[in-house]
Design a protein around this ligand. Structure first.
Ligand code: SF4
Length: 330
């Protein structure tokens, strides 16, 4: 009897620990749970670490749009596809800071700057570092997504005050080659390691609805949850099918499968902020509410996500009000 009690206590303790050894079988078992059990587990885990009403609000600005040499099949900014997105130069620091100030005024706590590069040139990095310093001086957290980085570039961004670096794994290792051919999964992992080693917090997630199998979604979550440290921020995007991209004609994902992916991310990475990212513009209020019930606790706020539409801020505020959600304070 005593033995049984000790064992169940041990089991309970280990189920509460943040783990980095998730197997695919374990993650598959989460996806296979009956929906009420999946939601219950996600919420149980979530409430140990977060206020269930609090939602972190980020704003994302494209500081250098289009003309990207990479061939990510989902992306309208790739120079490989005719999507009507024109290539632009890097924005000026003053223009970026004006947008950051406006985002702060609208309630954002983090300002993310995205550039359509394979990797930044050193002269580009000089300018981005100056933007990072300026955004930080406004009292906002800073995030950047600039493509692949060397260890030295990651260090420079850290010295400039960068808080987060976004670099998504996008999908499972097995499906990655069907989506991107101009760089490898290992390239992604290498940049993530540079970012982590530089002491910058990691924002890393993926996209669902790209024609991947359920097993690929499992593989993506298992890979993220097995990184040496869980990303502090895990964006889960629903593909926005943009005309002209190779994925434009694909089938939309079942929203329930999307919600399951969010819940699995929450359970496998209990202390990470899970962001309900791209795709909200086409999502019903009810689907978004299910995503929050599955314990997504961050959104991008503002009318545009890089080049694709995002819900108007007043629509988001109304939805948060209807659901009793409040902005997360760090
Ligand atoms: S996702 Fe990024 S790296 Fe890929 S094509 Fe678009 S801008 Fe370039």
């Amino acid at each position: 009897m005593v033995q049984t009690t000790v064992r169940s206590g041990e089991k309970q303790a280990s189920s509460r620990a943040v783990r980095h050894d998730w197997t695919r079988a374990e993650v598959r078992a989460l996806f296979d749970l009956p929906f009420p059990d999946l939601m219950f587990q996600a919420q149980t885990v979530h409430r140990r670490h977060f206020d269930p009403r609090a939602v972190q609000i980020s704003t994302l600005l494209s500081i250098k749009t289009g003309g990207c040499p990479e061939d990510c099949a989902y992306c309208p900014q790739s120079a490989s596809y005719e999507t009507g997105v024109a290539a632009e130069k890097l924005m000026s620091r003053a223009a970026v800071l004006a947008q950051a100030q406006a985002a702060k005024g609208a309630g954002a706590s983090r300002f993310c700057m995205g550039a359509a590069w394979r990797s930044p040139k050193d002269r580009d990095l000089d300018q981005v570092c100056a933007m990072v310093g300026g955004v930080k001086a406004l009292g906002l957290e800073t995030c950047a997504t600039l493509g692949m980085l060397t260890p030295a570039q990651a260090q420079r961004l850290k010295s400039a005050g960068l808080d987060y670096y976004n670099h998504n794994l996008d999908t499972s290792p097995e499906y990655y080659g069907a989506i991107i051919t101009t760089r490898t999964y290992q390239d992604r992992l290498d940049t993530l390691a540079c970012v982590r080693d530089a002491g910058i917090r990691v924002c890393c997630g993926g996209i669902v609805g790209m024609g991947e199998s359920a097993e690929d979604r499992i593989g993506m979550i298992a890979t993220l949850a097995s990184l040496p440290a869980h990303p502090e921020s895990v964006p889960i995007n629903m593909l926005v099918r943009v005309a002209g991209t190779p994925l434009a004609g694909g089938e939309a994902i079942d929203p329930i499968d999307f919600v399951r992916t969010i819940a699995a991310a929450r359970i496998a990475m209990p202390k990470s902020v899970v962001r309900l990212s791209a795709g909200r513009e086409d999502m019903s209020a009810e689907t978004q509410a299910l995503c929050f019930l599955a314990c997504a606790n961050s959104i991008f706020y503002g009318p545009k996500l890089l080049t694709t539409p995002n819900p108007a801020p007043d629509r988001d505020l109304k939805l948060m009000g209807r659901l009793g959600l409040i902005p997360m304070r760090d």
